[in-house]
Design a protein around this ligand. Structure first.
Ligand code: SF4
Length: 140
C-alpha cells in the first residue's frame, strides 16, 4: 500500500531559546523582526533559513499542533487538485498545511485565487530545482 501523502506532520512555529541565544543578530539579518515574538516565530522560508544559520541552535521547533504536510508526488495528477481543495476546505481559519511537489504548483495558486477568493495564504518554503514546498493557509 502506498504511504498516505497527508500523514506527515510539520511544525508550524519555532521559538528562540533564550538560554542558547548569544544575540549574534544573524537571524535578524536573514529574517528581520524574528525576535519580535520569540515565543512564536512562524515557519516561513526566511525563518527556516535563519534556523539553519543560527550558530547555537537557539531557534527550536515549538511545541503545539504541527502542520500537516501533503506530498502530492505520489498522487495521480488528476487526483491532486481535488485532494488539495478538500484539505483546504477542512482547514479552520488561521490553519495551514504544507504542500510538497516536484514542480512549481503555480497553476494551483491561480485556481485557488479563482475558486476561494480572499481566503488563500500562499508562501513558498522551497522553490526547486527538485522540490517545491508551499505553506497554504486559510485566512477566514
Ligand atoms: S541566530 Fe541564533 S544565537 Fe544568533 S540571535 Fe538569532 S537565535 Fe540568537
Amino acid at each position: 500500500m502506498p504511504p498516505d501523502p497527508t500523514s506527515a506532520l510539520r511544525p508550524t512555529a519555532m521559538r528562540v531559546d533564550p538560554e542558547a541565544c548569544i544575540e549574534c543578530g544573524i537571524c535578524e539579518e536573514i529574517a528581520p523582526g524574528i525576535g519580535a515574538a520569540p515565543e512564536h516565530v512562524p515557519v516561513t522560508r526566511q525563518t527556516l533559513e535563519a534556523m539553519a544559520a543560527c550558530p547555537t541552535g537557539a531557534l527550536r521547533w515549538s511545541e503545539g499542533e504541527p502542520m500537516k504536510q501533503i506530498d502530492v508526488r505520489t498522487i495521480r495528477p488528476r487526483d491532486r487538485h481535488p485532494l488539495l481543495f478538500q484539505a483546504f476546505d477542512d482547514l479552520e481559519a488561521g490553519q495551514a498545511f504544507e504542500l510538497v511537489n516536484d514542480h512549481d504548483p503555480k497553476p494551483l495558486y491561480y485556481q485557488f485565487q479563482a475558486e476561494r477568493p480572499g481566503l488563500l495564504e500562499w508562501e513558498y518554503l522551497e522553490q526547486g530545482p527538485e522540490t517545491w514546498r508551499v505553506r497554504i493557509g486559510k485566512t477566514a
